[in-house]
Every structure is written in C-alpha cells, then in structure tokens.
Ligand binder design. Sequence first.
Ligand SMILES: C[S@@+](CC[C@H](N)C(=O)[O-])C[C@H]1O[C@@H](n2cnc3c(N)ncnc32)[C@H](O)[C@@H]1O
Length: 278
Amino acid sequence: MTEPRTVRPSMADLARRAARLTVSAGIRTTAAPLRALARVGREESDPRWARATWLWQPGWGRGTHDRLYRRPDPYGIGLNPYEQQKYGTVMDALAGRRFSRTLEVGCGEGDLSVRLAGHTDALLGVDICTAAVERAATRVPSGTFVRRTLPREMPDGTFDLIVCTDVLYYWEPVTLRVGISALLDRLRPGGTLLAYHYRGDFGQAGTADRVHDGLRAAAVARGHDVRVHEHRNGVGPGGAGARFDVIVAPVPAAGEQIRGVPAPRRPEIDSPARSRHF
Ligand SMILES: C[S@@+](CC[C@H](N)C(=O)[O-])C[C@H]1O[C@@H](n2cnc3c(N)ncnc32)[C@H](O)[C@@H]1O
C-alpha cells in the first residue's frame, strides 16, 4: 500500500516497480518447485514448516511481516485516503448491525479492529505477526488478538462475522482455495463474510481478482447469498481500484442439516498475545 498515488508514474517509479516485480517473480518461481518438493511426504500443516511460510506465501510470509513490523505502521495506514475509504465502506456495510463473535483475518495493528469492536460482543483478531497483534491488543483492550498464520492455524469455533481486508491476496492459489473453504466453514448460519482487497500488484502471491472471483464462486457453490459484489474503480495507489464482496450464509430451514465444522487440522503452535478465553 506504499506505492505512489499518481496516475501517471515517473520513469523512476516504473523502474522501481519493474525491479520489485522481477524480484517477486523470482521468489515465486523458486517457491513453486520447492513447495512441490516439500509436499512429498510432508503435510503443509506440519509444525516443522511453521517458519517456512514464504513457501506458501511467496515473498510475504511470516519472516517478511516480522521484519516489516519492526517499525510501527509499516503499510502506512495512518490517515492514508485509500485505507480510510476502505474502512468507511466496511463500516457502512455493517451500520446498525451487531454481531456476537467476529473474526478479523490479518488484523495488523488494529486500525479496523478499533471500529469493529463497537459492533460485536467478542472480537478475535488474528495476524501472522506477533508485533502486530501485540500493538492491536494495546489499542483495542476489549478484543482478543492472537498470532496465527491462516489458513494453516485457523481458530476454533464459528463466527457470525468474518472480515478480510487486504489480506487474502497473500495466499497462493492452493492456499487460497483451502483458505476460502475453511473461512466459509466457520461462518454461522445467517453469518456475514465481508472482503475488501486492493487490485494493484505489489509483489503479493495472488491478486484481488483471484481472491474475489474464488470467494464468490465458492460462496455460490454453497448456496450462500452474495449480497454485495462490487468493483471500486479508481481507488487506491495508482488508481488500481478495489474489490468488495459481502457474503451471507443461509439459515437452514427447520429440520435441515447444518453443515458440520471440521476439527482443527493440528494443535496450536503459538500462545496467544492475550490469554483471555474467546
Ligand atoms: C495490508 S495489511 C492489512 C491490515 C488490515 N487488514 C487492514 O485492512 O487494515 C495485511 C495484514 O495481513 C497480515 N497477514 C498476511 N498474511 C497473513 C496470514 N497468512 N495469516 C494472518 N495474517 C496475515 C499481515 O501481517 C498484515 O498485518
């Protein structure tokens, strides 16, 4: 989110972008065969891979985010206009509604959590980075914040609100498919999943289009209601735009079977930043 916001980039901007995309393409090209090798005889959920998240999230795994968050506000969220309109869009969609248990995926330092906290009885923010969740916990004392790498370390239980803003495009295609399914599994009947992603390419493993196309297809296949499905043109760095979807899980008719929530694939590997039971 730190790219210049001019519509016509300078030669220096273009050169920097080309260099960044070349490095990122190199990392992705290296990660793909290594990931294939790593799968031989090993499960992605094996705790021995906990530090190797770059394999499944090329260029933007746990190590990268730990380095980024050595300083506060690494994404320059602050008063950034793109971020503020994103939070405005999300909060407008939630206006007047209250939830009992909310999951915020990739909560960062809690810029959106601060706003979500007023709409929910219990807020669980998860982020790949320890420093980020510690800062979020300080800003939002009513919430619970834990370090997790999703989708491998999906929290237990179900939620009536799941919020994913500018996070799912870090997942490469297989992780994205598994992750979308795991998130939809955790949506309670009648629950809302809200996703908002910047459409620009800044070296992440995936794109907003892949995220939102995949999300919508998976939701429709489950009979979920896609209430909002929007392209927001012109917003964000370089005017690249954003995608916004609001998905609502159906409430089964009386006597109809509710889809089961799978058990977590493995025990937790990290202790929570705040130990309060969520
Ligand atoms: C661009 S920031 C967005 C923060 C926040 N969602 C917002 O919109 O203000 C992306 C956040 O996702 C976190 N993240 C990236 N990959 C993740 C993963 N696999 N699991 C959990 N968090 C992740 C990063 O550490 C970072 O805090």
